[in-house]
Design a protein. Structure first.
Length: 401
């Protein structure tokens, strides 16, 4: 690495969507390397929201929209979870009238407004040469839109669902499944003590990796995932069978938040949708638990079995990153700098088959990454299939997209 004093340009970093452990280590890695290579680095606050809220007046304080990043500022946060730049689910091309910043209210009066022209002007005002966007497929899909309009964008995938196409791994996934396994094992003691069935709701809107991997690791006996519409009575039957053959007289199922029974759709905690059109998921575990409990009697000689229901939710996305989510973000950040130094852009940093690489950014919008149920899920037994692990990636079923 070279140590030079001249400024090579300005790199902006933003984090969008949900928080995950590993974001701050990624910001730290990019910033320290960039500064030592001679770049000025700024952090955009609150994801894409910072690029619509910026007021183009050099006399006005801009701390609410962006901030200068230093080695000292990123070192302090680099070992912690969350994102010190903060985040939001803002989509600049679809801003409701109520969310238009005050200084733009007179110009944008439609019920839904495209503020992309303001984003482009603000990037120019800040002096950004390259934008590093860290996010899931929603955040990065807008990065694709900016790249098509000439912005030099480098993308880093993060989401605990691990469903960004083009990469086997997204920042946050390892910590998510590590915590899911740990907490499920902890809850076993209560399930076993009371000889009950344990139903746990985990993350996963469209992809079931966060339920499938912990089940494969032995945290649960059954799981239901978004990719397959399941029958509640079949789940109840299997859980009763599992309980009857367990010396401790309990059984465990993981339910993806986006899972759908045959007789219903997704369950939402709120009807209000974000800028990307997504309603907040939550409650499928409650619904399935109640239905399973009602149906246990028909598979247990007429006697109902009580069900313990727990939603893990934010417990798996808060706090500090695990080892993988400390190492991978460091590598992803350095790979982003390599691309910038090589004057390459419009790329997504990726990890494929155990090797770091980069792929065209538009893969984010050109395909979907979900579990291949023919290869990895037994739809009758409601559990993962694992026949051979030879030549599979670290997290088994994450290379197909």
């Amino acid at each position: 690495m070279s140590h030079v004093k001249r400024t090579k340009g300005t790199i902006a970093i933003l984090t969008g969507g949900g928080d995950v452990p590993g974001l701050n280590p990624a910001i730290r890695a990019i910033t320290i390397r960039a500064i030592r290579e001679g770049f000025r680095v700024v952090g955009i606050r609150r994801g894409w929201k910072g690029l619509i809220s910026c007021v183009r007046d050099k006399k006005q304080a801009q701390e609410e929209s962006f901030q200068r990043l230093t080695e000292e500022s990123v070192n302090k946060a680099g070992r912690t979870g969350g994102t010190f730049l903060h985040t939001s689910r803002t989509l600049p091309s679809r801003i409701p009238k109520a969310d238009v910043p005050d200084h733009l209210q007179g110009e944008y009066r439609e019920e839904c407004n495209d503020l992309t022209p303001e984003v482009l002007k603000n990037l120019d005002f800040i002096g950004v040469d390259t934008l590093v966007a860290i996010g899931g497929d929603d955040t990065l899909s807008y990065g694709v839109q900016l790249a098509k309009q000439g912005v030099r964008v480098i993308a880093i995938p993060k989401t605990m669902d691990n469903d960004v196409p083009g990469t086997d791994y997204c920042i946050g996934f390892s910590t998510c499944i590590t915590r899911t396994i740990e907490m499920t094992h902890s809850l076993r003691t209560t399930a076993g003590s009371h000889e009950r069935i344990l139903v746990i709701e985990v993350f996963g809107r469209y992809a079931g990796f966060t339920a499938l991997l912990p089940t494969m690791a032995g945290a649960a006996t059954r799981c239901v995932i978004p990719e397959y519409r399941f029958k509640v009575d079949r789940l109840a039957e299997l859980l009763v069978q599992d309980r009857s053959t367990n010396p401790s007289r309990y059984s465990v199922a993981l339910i993806s938040e986006g899972a759908m029974p045959e007789e219903g759709g997704m369950v939402f905690e709120k009807e209000e949708a974000d800028h990307y059109g997504h309603k907040k998921l939550g409650g499928i575990g409650d619904r399935v638990s109640a239905q399973v409990e009602r149906q246990t009697a028909q598979f247990n000689k007429g006697k109902k079995i009580n069900v313990i229901n727990q939603r893990l939710g934010y417990l798996v996305r808060c706090g500090n990153p695990d080892a993988i989510d400390s190492i991978v973000p460091m590598a992803f950040g350095n790979l982003a700098l390599d691309l910038i130094l090589n004057r390459s852009h419009g790329r997504l940093i990726s990890l494929r088959n155990g090797r770091y690489d980069d792929v065209p950014l538009d893969v984010v919008t050109s395909t979907k990454k979900v579990v291949d149920i023919e290869k990895y899920y037994n739809c009758d037994r409601l559990r993962p299939i694992y026949e051979s692990f030879k030549a599979k990636p670290l997290f088994i079923m994450t290379s197909d997209y």
